[in-house]
Design a protein around this ligand. Structure first.
Ligand SMILES: C[C@@H]1N[C@@H](c2cn(-c3ccccc3)nn2)[C@H](O)[C@@H]1O
Length: 445
């Protein structure tokens, strides 16, 4: 039986409104981590920081006062938001998430609630406004990343140990509320907040505040999309309340990892955010270890959509406002595939077909069109398709060439689709036309 909660989930099941349907249809996003951490770029005094570049302030080799002075050098002279938006558009991203303020507390907008902002830098000017305008003009929605943790703010407390801490904590909550309202007031076209840095006790143990904040923001900007990471319930449970119900509008815990099967997402909307190296969000001058390839990223994107989720790929621009070559090449390569096959991604949902080894099924939302995205062509060249009961196959074609395929019926509701050639250097998309229902005539193959 369930526990009585005041600040747990307030909704059973997914949101069904138009704003959430829009978020769900976009499927592919671009994350941008940009801030002071791009100046050191993971290096300081000739030493290399092996952690995530945006966490360099926590490195023992980086004195806090040295980091906190970096704003005096932040001057992205090559920042070109129109170019950023054009590259994101060519990659096929339909929404973008930008770090307004990361854990270091530095604000990319001239907040009136803090001195530690772009207004105090040589650049002086707001960076968010031009970005949001350029991306919106390119037809890309913008969501704002906001870190609750704020290493710069004098009132931030990881935990509340005494009355003084509690007083500081209260002042900090007012500060957070003011900055979020300020962001909504300055940037009314944004579609959501992406909260981070909500794991400390001071936040986890005040579920009431996180609940009231979420409702306050929704009242200021109805339809806002906010993930589960903002929320705690009054017992300190995060993401899922003490009755196991998802809080927020989608499961926001998939950071640098993907669900394995449809059972892992429990019917909830969800989103995965992914780094190109193993674990770098902000710019790091020396990427160590494995750097993901175009095909590897395409497989993560396709797998996410096949399991009813969104996939967001992260980019870490340099301090001067340009992207590193590897990231530019990824945007180009991903974009080339998306240009031809984006139909299988946008409005993509879980197909409800039995998963096969050759790749992933994606159903165009609310239709009988099911895409097969093939990553692993078997030695036989024949792709097995087992249809759910009462579903028949009425057509199959290669999406890119529109070439018709003739599936071979090999058993009850089971087919082989023979691919013309067994080699490809990028995923092949096949469009299946199906019919489902009691008395439909047998499939036409
Ligand atoms: C979206 C990503 N979330 C931030 C993060 C948080 N953490 C983290 C690290 C240790 C404990 C708890 C959380 N690691 N990375 C990263 O800095 C980036 O912003």
């Amino acid at each position: 039986d369930t526990i009585a909660l005041i600040h747990g989930a307030h909704r059973m099941g997914n949101r069904t409104d138009a704003d959430m349907a829009r978020w769900r249809s976009l499927r592919f996003g671009q994350f941008i981590h940009w801030g002071l951490y791009a100046i050191p770029g993971g290096e300081w005094n000739g030493k290399t920081y092996n952690g995530a570049a945006e966490w360099i302030r926590s490195w023992k080799e980086m004195p806090h006062e040295d980091y906190d002075k970096l704003y005096r050098q932040f001057n992205p002279v090559n920042f070109n938001p129109q170019q950023w938006a054009a590259q994101a558009k060519s990659m096929g991203a339909k929404y973008m998430i930008i770090t307004t303020k990361h854990h270091d507390g530095f604000c990319l907008w001239p907040s009136k609630y803090s001195k530690y902002t772009i207004a105090s830098s040589p650049w002086k000017k707001d960076l968010l406004g031009p970005m949001i305008e350029a991306y919106n003009k390119a037809g890309i929605d913008v969501h704002l990343y906001f870190s609750i943790i704020d290493w710069n703010h004098p009132d931030y407390r990881a935990s509340l140990k005494n009355a003084a801490d509690s007083a500081a904590g209260k002042r900090f909550q007012v500060f957070v509320k003011n900055q979020l309202a300020e962001l909504l007031q300055r940037y009314p076209t944004i579609k959501g907040f992406w909260f981070d840095g909500t794991w400390d006790d001071s936040w986890k143990n005040d579920g009431a505040f996180s609940d009231e904040l979420e409702q306050y923001l929704q009242s200021l900007h109805p339809g806002l999309v906010m993930g589960s990471r903002l929320r705690a319930d009054e017992k300190g449970a995060r993401h899922f309340d003490s009755n196991g119900r998802l809080m927020g509008d989608y499961e926001q815990g998939w950071e640098r990892k993907l669900p394995a099967t449809i059972d892992d997402v429990h019917g909830n909307d969800w989103e995965a955010v992914m780094t190109v190296p193993e674990n770098q969000w902000g710019y790091h001058a020396k990427w160590a270890g494995h750097v993901k390839t175009v095909n590897e990223i395409l497989e993560m994107l396709v797998k996410s959509v096949s399991l009813n989720g969104n996939f967001v790929l992260n980019f870490g621009p340099k301090a001067d406002g340009t992207y590193r070559t590897e990231e530019q090449q990824l945007m180009t390569g991903i974009g080339q595939w998306m240009k031809v096959n984006g139909d299988a991604i946008y409005n993509g949902t879980y197909a409800g077909f039995e998963k096969q080894d050759w790749g992933y099924y994606i159903r165009k939302a609310g239709t009988d069109s099911v895409y097969m995205v093939v990553f692993n062509i078997p030695v036989s060249g024949s792709l097995r398709v087992k249809l759910p009961a009462r579903t028949s196959l009425t057509g199959a074609s290669v999406l890119q060439s529109n070439a018709t395929l003739t599936p071979e019926l090999i058993g009850r509701n089971e087919y082989f689709i023979h691919l013309p050639n067994k080699t490809t250097d990028s995923p092949v998309v096949i469009l299946l036309k199906t019919v489902t229902g009691e008395n439909k005539e047998k499939g036409s193959f």
